[in-house]
Design a protein around this ligand. Structure first.
Ligand code: NAP
Ligand code: MG
Length: 499
């Protein structure tokens, strides 16, 4: 009896679109299949939206907007708090669904769900404590600045953190008084739909609408809809570029969270055990399918051998297997396409002259052969100009580059089209801050990796995108500012007499 069997009765075989508070099949009747990456087996059929369904979802969101924006901050905060409780009450179920649909180890899926509950609570607190600004023009005139919601927000999310990234977008949008139409990734729609079910008796109909569908069809139709007021997207830089162009056509504000090839930098005075663990977490968490993966590791020559030995040991010992096994630390990649993409990068690395120290192959174990499993992979003798050091692989492939001088490593770290995150490992706080400030990324960790609490902002520099998620500044990205100028004098200015 597996954990999946325990929950079998609650796993639906058929899912529909969530529009105006109800589940309904698509107008066309079209469906897609979503599979379990651990064994390739079918999980469920999912209705997919086309233009007609997109129209209905946007209309529902538009209709819900006037009432939702009129709710008080207290009412909205209380609703967000109820949603946090609801997620926690269903934490194991949501984590299992996520793990089944995406392949991430259950223990990581549980962490996602806890983070999600915290997002709701954080933003509930933000909107209760929000205070505005006022500008004194002179003794008889001042302005008040009001933040107003934008309207209907179109959101498109990827498959690597299906519900977590969705919630990063849904929560600040709703908290700021907007309504939402969200399109999940085609291969991971289930957790968002299950979450939508949990909101049914809490959110008014139409405030949140979920429309699975193909990016090129449903996604495009949503982004080009005349009645949306903002776009937020997480995914590849290529699609991000395309979405930026669509947004420009309609002058829509946009938040883009795109790829990364982030530098993890270990100096000789690092807290070395923690640094080695941080380097492993940076590339193995979620099988390396993380936009903020620490996929370029720079190690000072003095500690190089020690770090490589430490990493090799972790890579060899890590437990790969069925994601629902609570002890498993690495599950499969999302699908065969992603697996082949990662394996192709392994071949590129070998051809470029890097040394494959560990891994690089599909896992051949009899019980795992139908899943999309790959060994954790470690390359040394890498130079920063190699393809494997410049391009986002999105798998558990770590490339290690040796350095000697501080300025040398800063230059190499910055020599990348991306600028999402990075980390410095050093007990010399002056050096650590100096290096952190010199690297062009939206987040730098010092002696830490991959922590993004709800109260800290997340987003990219350079080709990693623009706008910020998490933190109360996300509320600003989901609203527009109105300046109301107030004059206290009743006397005419006498302007026409001056003509
Ligand atoms: P993607 O193509 O950018 O997909 C992300 C989302 O955009 C999905 O919901 C996708 O729908 C949708 N989409 C695709 N084309 C669209 C279009 N023309 N208009 C509107 N929406 C569209 O990413 P992917 O194919 O899933 O992954 C490819 C690579 O992107 C990965 O290997 C990785 O390098 C990178 N990636 C980055 C992140 C990140 O967090 N920064 C996340 C995931 C992937 P469908 O699911 O229907 O295609
Ligand atoms: Mg799936």
């Amino acid at each position: 009896m597996t954990l999946k069997d325990d929950w079998e009765e609650q796993l639906q075989k058929e899912y529909h679109l969530f529009i105006n508070g109800q589940f309904k099949p698509s107008e066309s009747g079209d469906r897609i299949l979503t599979r379990n990456p651990a064994n390739g087996e079918m999980l469920a059929f999912v209705s997919v939206a086309d233009e007609k369904d997109v129209d209905q979802a946007v209309e529902a969101a538009q209709n819900a907007f006037e009432d939702w924006k009129a709710t008080s901050a207290q009412e909205r905060a209380n609703i967000l708090l109820r949603l946090a409780d609801r997620v926690e009450e269903n934490l194991t179920f949501l984590a299992i669904i996520e793990s089944l649909d995406n392949g991430k180890p259950l223990r990581e899926a549980r962490e996602d769900m806890m983070t999600i509950a915290d997002q709701f609570r954080y933003f509930a607190g933000c909107i209760r404590s929000q205070e505005g600004r006022y500008i004194q023009h002179n003794q008889a005139a001042f302005s008040i600045l009001i933040h107003e919601p934008l309207g209907v927000i179109a959101q498109i999310v990827p498959w690597n953190f299906p519900l977590l990234i969705a919630v990063w977008k849904i929560v600040p949008a709703l908290a700021a008084g907007n309504t939402v139409v969200i399109k999940p990734a085609s291969n991971t729609p289930l957790s968002i739909l299950e979450f939508a079910r949990l909101t049914q008796d809490i959110l008014p109909p139409g405030v949140l609408n979920v429309i699975p569908g193909l990016g090129t069809k449903c996604g495009e139709a949503l982004l080009k809809h005349r009645n949306i007021n903002k776009i937020t997207f997480t995914g590849s830089t290529e699609v991000g570029k395309h979405i930026g162009k669509i947004a420009a056509e309609s002058i829509l504000p946009t938040t883009l969270e795109l790829g990364g090839k982030s530098a993890n930098i270990i100096f000789p005075d690092a807290p070395i055990k923690k640094a080695i663990e941080g380097a492993a977490i940076g590339i193995l968490y979620n099988q390396g399918q993380v936009c903020s993966a620490g996929s370029r590791l720079f190690v000072h020559e003095e500690v190089y051998d020690e770090v490589i030995e430490g990493l090799k040991k972790i890579f060899m010992e890590i437990k790969i297997g069925d994601p629902l096994d609570p002890d498993v630390q690495m599950g499969p990649l999302i699908d065969e396409k992603q697996l082949q993409k990662v394996l192709a990068y392994v071949e590129i690395g070998k051809k470029e002259g890097a040394t494959l120290i560990y891994g690089g192959q599909r896992v051949e174990d009899e019980t795992l052969k139908n899943g999309f499993y790959i060994q954790p992979t470690l390359f040394t003798n890498v130079t920063n100009d190699m393809k494997i050091a410049q391009e986002e692989i999105f798998g558990p492939v770590l490339v290690v580059i040796k350095f000697r001088e501080e300025q040398e490593v800063i230059d190499m770290a910055n020599h990348s089209p991306y600028g999402l995150v990075g980390a410095v490992w050093s007990k010399d706080i002056n050096r650590a801050i100096r290096v952190a400030k010199s690297i062009d990324t939206g987040t730098m960790w010092i002696n830490e990796f991959n922590l993004v609490p709800a109260h800290s902002p997340f987003g990219g520099y350079k080709k990693s995108g623009y706008g910020r998620e998490s933190h109360k500044m996300a509320l600003k990205d989901y609203s527009q500012v109105k300046n109301i100028y107030i004059s206290l004098t009743e006397e005419p200015t006498g302007w026409y007499k001056k003509l």
